[in-house]
Design a protein around this ligand. Structure first.
Ligand SMILES: Cc1cc2nc3c(=O)[nH]c(=O)nc-3n(C[C@H](O)[C@H](O)[C@H](O)COP(=O)(O)O)c2cc1C
Length: 393
């Protein structure tokens, strides 16, 4: 898959913290995405991981001293799209916040004009120290993107907030830093995944939705600067960073979460595959085995229709997953439910629909129709958001 990282130069700063080894994986993942990576290590970082390891991971020379290459502090930042410092020690954070330029990394930061991502990592007492907090606040106010730290067990044996964020979260922040913030000011409510409709305490009706399309939409909207709330049915997907997640199980819980959160939303994207039917009755005790059994079902409440009936309603994007190219039926559904955009996909087509990384969609609005080939769900998400942006402006 082609991502925004491809052909961009990422300047990675590694400072002297115990999490420095994790950044080898960060550099590898950036290389996997076909980014060009230059690594700067502080002297302290070299005590934790050898420069050779970063040289191998980045397939590039590693820079350490300010004086080895006299113009590196100007040339390296000038050719980079984003700077990411992971881990960022309390010491380096304090230097960055105060304009101190006493090594190659801190000097590069001063001459860099692009977006900076930092992933602090330290003992929880150091992190909570007012000086560190003030320095981080100052950096955030200056536009530095802070990822983490997370709460959990620390290398020192204590538990608290100080663990460096995991590599996927840092990668997402770097991707976000490279993306135009054209959805800044939007509050996007996304629903994703399947629902479970219980027959008895151990059995339920569900569907094959993996949640991948909804999660891709939530990440894409966040990367483009929107504030995102994700209402997720049961999925096996990692929680995306920087997004408020509300976990639900049944269609009733999904509806109630939508009701609670839709008032603040400017856009509502209903990507969840809410069960159309639920058992007429949910039994309190596990049903005994029988040779045959009749299950009576009833229709669940339609969430999109309820939202579209609101006097003050958000822009609504819905999905129609059909088996077969039933376009007239889908368009009728769009009109009936009051959607502004409807995304059609034929889930019987190979590589489209449930539990795959790709999708093949047709995006319908009142005056436009965009048909794609088989594309990655991240790409499909951005196309859907592009359409929404076009209609809303
Ligand atoms: C074993 C050990 C582990 C350390 N881990 C951290 C850490 O995780 N975070 C941090 O801020 N400082 C940590 N330090 C302190 C830094 O290494 C020290 O402040 C150093 O001056 C940082 O330099 P730099 O910011 O130039 O890399 C650690 C020190 C030692 C000896």
């Amino acid at each position: 898959m082609v991502t925004i990282l491809k052909n961009n130069t990422i300047l990675c700063g590694i400072t002297g913290g115990v999490a420095a080894y994790k950044s080898l994986e960060l550099v590898r993942r950036l290389k996997d995405e076909e980014a060009s990576v230059s690594v700067i290590m502080t002297e302290a970082a070299c005590r934790f991981v050898t420069p050779l390891s970063f040289e191998v991971a980045s397939q590039n020379r590693v820079y350490i001293s300010l004086f080895d290459d006299p113009m590196a502090h100007i040339h390296l930042p000038a050719s980079a799209s984003v700077m990411v410092i992971a881990p960022a020690t309390a010491n380096s954070i304090s230097k960055f916040a105060n304009g101190i330029a006493d090594n190659l990394l801190s000097t590069c930061l001063l001459s860099f004009e692009g977006k900076v991502v930092i992933a602090p990592s330290m003992n929880w007492k150091m992190y909570e120290n007012k000086i560190v907090q003030d320095n981080l606040r100052k950096l955030r106010e200056l536009g530095v993107i802070q990822v983490g730290p997370e709460w959990g067990p620390l290398a020192c044996g204590e538990t608290g907030q100080g663990r460096m964020s995991e590599v996927p979260a840092i990668l997402e922040a770097v991707t976000g830093a490279l993306t135009a913030q054209d959805l800044d000011g939007e509050h996007i409510l996304v629903s994703a995944g399947p629902t479970r409709e219980y027959i008895d305490p151990v059995r339920f009706i569900s569907n094959r939705s993996s949640g991948k399309m909804g999660y891709a939409l939530a990440r894409a909207a966040r990367n483009r600067g929107a504030q995102v709330t994700l209402i997720s049915g049961p999925t096996a997907l990692a929680e995306p960073a920087g997004i408020e997640i509300i976990r639900v199980e049944t269609s009733k819980e999904m509806l109630s979460a939508v009701r609670k959160n839709v008032a603040h939303a400017t856009v509502f994207i209903m990507a969840a595959a809410v069960s159309d039917f639920a058992p007429y009755e949910t039994f309190g005790k596990k049903l005994d085995k029988k040779s045959t059994m009749l299950l009576k079902l009833q229709e669940t409440e339609d969430i999109i229709s309820e939202v579209s009936r609101k006097r003050k309603r958000p822009f609504i994007i819905g999905f129609a997953a059909e088996t077969g190219k039933q376009l007239p039926k889908a368009i009728q559904k769009m009109k009936k439910k009051g959607m502004d955009i409807m995304v059609f996909n034929d889930v019987s087509e190979k590589g489209a629909g449930f539990d795959v990384e790709t999708n093949k969609i047709i995006i319908f609005s009142s005056d436009n129709q965009t048909e794609t080939g088989l594309i990655h769900k991240d790409e499909a998400a951005n196309l859907i958001l592009d359409n929404m942006k076009q209609i809303r402006t």
